[in-house]
Design a protein around this ligand. Structure first.
Ligand code: VNL
Length: 194
């Protein structure tokens, strides 16, 4: 359900074709709301049918055309209403934690292997978040740069500062995951009698 708000959030920056949405989503909004293309395209169709988005045909390639999606006034109003509605906390749902609580059912070698995989995922993810944060700070991120083009100085400042705040939270979480994974290695060694 939140996917539609994530898509409107992105489209408030500038109107985009489905293809552009898919591309810029993955390097921006996906960091706070991950969704595969297989969910994005049908959701865009639904949102258009419901009047949250409208589309115009734009030239594409030599002869073709593509739909470019725009947020409607109704879509923007619904997004603002959602933004101001109470936040529903998401309950814990992460296989890494489910597994950790039951590592006694797995061979220590398998546990270590999974910890190694998690560590490399989080190391890469953290590096990507830090790079993205830097591109928000210097305003070189293309999605952000297009968004702030049509904003005044104060509006641009708000748009940038809140995004950096979100990334600061994501980066802190990634660091906590890495520290927890290190604790996992220490614990398996201790319990495995190394
Ligand atoms: C935007 C640009 C959002 C860059 C981002 O992450 C980002 C945006 C939430 O302008 O919507 O990394």
């Amino acid at each position: 359900m939140s996917l539609r708000w994530a898509l409107i959030a992105l489209l408030t920056g500038r109107p985009m074709t489905g293809y552009d949405i898919s591309k810029s989503f993955s390097t921006s909004v996906a960091h706070v709301w991950h969704a595969p293309d297989s969910q994005i395209y049908p959701e865009l169709n639904r949102m258009e049918r419901e009047g949250l988005l409208t589309s115009v045909e734009v030239p594409w390639g030599k002869k073709g055309t593509k739909k470019e999606y725009h947020v409607t006034d109704e879509g923007l109003a619904a997004f603002r209403a959602w933004m101001e509605s109470p936040l529903v906390p998401q309950r814990q749902r992460d296989p890494a934690y489910l597994k950790a609580a039951y590592f006694d059912f797995a061979d220590p070698a398998a546990v270590r292997e999974q910890l190694r995989q998690q560590r490399s995922y989080w190391e890469e993810h953290l590096a990507m978040l830090e790079r993205t944060r830097a591109s928000l700070v210097d305003r070189s991120h293309p999605t952000l740069a297009a968004r702030i083009e049509k904003l005044n100085q104060r509006e641009a400042e708000l748009a940038v500062r809140y995004k950096i705040y979100a990334y600061d939270g994501l980066i802190a979480r990634a660091r906590t995951e890495l520290a927890w994974i290190d604790d996992g290695f220490t614990l398996v060694d201790e319990l495995d009698g190394c």
